[in-house]
Ligand binder design. Sequence first.
Ligand SMILES: [Zn+2]
Length: 259
Amino acid sequence: MWSTLKTEAIVIASEPWREADRRYRALTPGHGKLEFVGRGARKGKAKLAAHLEPFAIVTLEIIKGARSTTVIGVERQEVFSTLAYSIEPRLLALAATTLIDKTVRPDLEDKVLYDEVLLLLRFLNDAPAFPPTRNTFVLGGFLLRLLRHLGYDVELGACLSCKDDIRPLAFRWHEGRGGLVCTNCVLEKPHEWFSARTMDEEIVTLLRFARDAQYVDLLRPSLKADHVGAFASCVHDLMRFHVPGYVDETPFWHTTTLA
Ligand SMILES: [Zn+2]
């Protein structure tokens, strides 16, 4: 049986497929990540392909056959024009959508993730262009939200072991277990927490702020490059430990700039 489906969607990735087609992945509010093929998208039906460019909200009509899912109609609702036509913010948005594409499995309904991605794209589209350090901070903040969403929220408030509140200067960081442990627990159970390492208070503050603040507020704090570097490698380690599909040879911040 063939079945058709009409849905709002954001195209997050595509590549050439066979001689004349393209293969796409899109996020939807009600059907999670969908994969489908655009027939003739590389030559004849140029209009279809143009409407399937990323960084727009579209209405998508697809048909599910026995062997593949094919797009039969697409209509643009809202184009994120800065992301579509301006290279620096586009790279940052592409880095985010590529990471989503790698780490989110298809066909799981996921309205919360869809809304989170929409929030990020709207923010990037409206924000002024920012320097690489800020890029890294913003993308790191998005990844901390993605981690939370995937069930790996980093623990920054309470000790991973005894659950007491973490006090300033009295904690260690454990990336494998995903958060902070208090120094009491490290001293009491050294065999369990031997690989926990020291971390500057500033880095914890950055992690908390990047995860919890509104995107627009991520433009506010002044950032030191070495602090953001340490922050970014924490996020990278968390992703590497917990998210299947995150490819670790290229840290996420390498893809956000032309340099
Ligand atoms: Zn503790």
